[in-house]
Ligand binder design. Sequence first.
Ligand code: GLU
Length: 500
Amino acid sequence: MTNPGAVVRTRIAPSPTGEPHIGNMYVALINWAVARRAGGQFILRVEDTDRTRFVEGAEETFIQAINWLGLRHDEGPDVGGPVGPYRQSERGDLYREQAERLIEGGHAYRCFCTPERLAEVRKARQKAGQATGYDRKCRGLAADEVRRRLDAGRPHTVRLAVPLQGQTRFTDGLRGPIVIENREVDDQVLVKSDGFPTYHLAVVVDDHLMGVTHIIRAEEWIVSTPKHVLLYEALGWDPPLFYHMPLIRNPDRSKLSKRNQPTNVLWYRREGYLPEAVVNFLGMLGHSMPDGREVFTRDEFLKAFSWDRVTTTGPVFDMEKFEWLSGMWIRRLSAEELARRLRDEGFMPAGLAEKFSEEQVTAIVTLMQERLRKLSEFAGGVGFFIDREPYEPADLLPTKGKNKKPTRTGPEVLAAIETMRSAFAGEETVGQWTAEALQEALRALADEMEWKPRDLFMPLRVAVTCRRISTPLFETMEILGRDECLARLDEAIEKAGSLA
Ligand code: GLU
């Protein structure tokens, strides 16, 4: 175990092979929290040794993703640090040096087997019902034979010489002691024939040289850990602490995959979800707050995080819960802040700022805030503020019940709209065009006309907002202004003329 007095250093080690996965963000959040709680460092290391799976730009989008969530790293390829470089592709000499040490110490050996031979061995072992590992043919090669083949330029890999007997043990911080029989461990390739290290060698060398004290990663790496522990032993290094986080699951308990659920965290950004909601949601996956609270900030999570409250059963990604949380977070913002987010994230329709003052835009945002679950829903809800939208004359009819039976005839509705138009057009409404005054006037008018207020509101709502469901009517009228409302009522009068 690492010196308990040492500073805590954690890391997230993405392979730049695709999109920033939500599962990686979950692991990043825990690593970030563990480092921050201890006043230590959270490191970003890019594991780009598998050149066949390398995706251009993946490192940048990963950094964008953790920055978006506010999981700032202290060291990494973009910000530097004392133990760089932070990209494995730039650390080749360090791996070669350690591979040589392993060979010299008899803990690793060169393997000249061709891919064809390895395929045959695999097939034969499969047929015989044996584990499909390497048959260790090159493990006993004499030193002069190795030299001869090296001089002849024969391509080769370097393999770990796993002890043939005994056991390897380590303690997983979440699961307790884990013991593996060495004879079940394969002579893992450490250096590939292209000279690049495999994940197993690189991860151990880097975690050691970078002073990582806590390895916190996904459960799927637990089977690799014995190999890593053997490497630490062979290199004469103390292994760090290991924690393997449970895998996030779909509601049917299968492993979270993009077939069932978007897994690219930047998709959530493009959809207009707030980073606060994503962090809050990730903080709920397999971890509960001491007071059972479900809505919490990143910093509240940081303060409350405890390994004791992390479960090892795979937490389920419940989209409904996430959307609920997202709506909560939108309502937690001030209207000004929500307006700023809409603008910054590209969800503010340009027409709104052209037609309305900043104060009015904030008022519109306030009207929408209650009904939003994500920023992308905003534009669709406010289109009618910018331009009138088409609607059918019949939409003006007030209706009742499930089968939408009209409660008033076309001519009655036409007359009612005309009455409202002339009431609103009076001189006294100039300078008095407020939601309160409008509501009061309309209720008085409904009394006078002996109409139910809700029957009168429907044609007015459709006339003004072009929709039967909209933002609150009188506040909307106040923002649209007197002239625009009168013009919209004129248009409704024209349409209602065609109603029988
Ligand atoms: N590069 C590995 C990954 O993409 C890192 C595994 C580890 O954290 O050791 O998940």
